[in-house]
Design a protein around this ligand. Sequence first.
Ligand code: NI
Length: 227
Amino acid sequence: MLVCIPDVLSKQEVAEFRRIMDAEPWEDGRSTAGAQSAEVKQNEQLAPDGPTARMLGERIVKALAANTQFISAAVPLHIFPPLFNRYVPGKYFGEHVDNCIRGDHLTGLRIRTDLSVTLFLSEPEEYEGGKLVINDYYGSHRVKLPAGHLVLYPSTSLHMVTPVTSGARVSSFFWLQSMIKDSHARRMTFDMDNAIQELVERLGRNDPEVRTLTNIYHNLIRYWAEL
Ligand code: NI
């Protein structure tokens, strides 16, 4: 399941991020790649352990913690410290596998990657090419979102970034471990939560059936969540 979440960062925040990032040196993106992905990865990254990436990453994680749509879709347990990349003309990331386990040596955090996230920090009209292509059971999905929006997609998918032919594609990318490992279960709780929120709008939070459905929603999370 692909979920796009709008306005995780405001346009003003994106502009501030870009100002800060533009002043930083960029390094070869292969420093964080696995054995397979290193062979097809051609992009640039901010130093993953550098103070700028960590500071901006913390701001993203804070924004995510306040985003109810993100929480509902991902049910995050651990979010890996966000990384930042840039694709200038000629750069691309061929079809690859995301490592199943990722460790962060600064914090000691180790996660199972259930969901991959790309948070776009360039507007679509700032660059040509640079589409995120995600291949799953349902086919091939091409994603290019406005700056400040993100896409959540299964880390189990093969995916790629097509070559940028003009401009620059800047984004943050990271992984997370969900409390709900099973993607079908996670999909059902997300759908149910969305339906309940619609009913709350129409009937209020304390309509008896809404209350019952809310209880079932919490019980399903209780049933599936692993902490
Ligand atoms: Ni990837």
